[in-house]
Design a protein around this ligand. Structure first.
Ligand code: SF4
Length: 111
């Protein structure tokens, strides 16, 4: 079971959080070049890994992601690597979980 990153500063440009992710997950997509253009390089104070019930923090993070130039790539990275913690690409963990279930179902059914 991958560890939950503990860092709550910048994301995913925050090297400490990314270090935990890169060592905890068996990454299918290892290309992190896009992170150089991550909007979250420029902003601290956003909680990227809110706890259950902290929906206001999830909303704040999603809002911040909404005009990030690498939002789609960030989301793809999280989905392809099945990273289930935190906000990535403007999507919460539960939103990504639903997308992954749908993706796997379609693949299984040959859709
Ligand atoms: S979409 Fe959000 S989490 Fe992803 S790189 Fe951009 S600001 Fe960071």
């Amino acid at each position: 079971m991958p560890k939950k990153p503990t860092e709550t500063g910048s994301h995913p440009g925050e090297s400490e959080a990314m270090g935990e992710i890169l060592t905890s997950y068996k990454l299918m997509d290892k290309n992190t070049d896009w992170m150089e253009n991550a909007k979250c390089h420029t902003k601290d104070g956003i909680s990227w890994f809110p706890e259950i019930g902290e929906s206001h923090l999830v909303s704040a993070a999603k809002q911040f992601c909404s005009d990030c130039p690498v939002q789609e790539r960030c989301l793809k990275f999280a989905l392809d690597n099945e990273i289930m913690y935190g906000v990535w690409g403007g999507k919460s963990s539960s939103e990504r979980r639903r997308t992954l279930h749908s993706r796997k179902y379609k693949a299984k059914m040959g859709l």
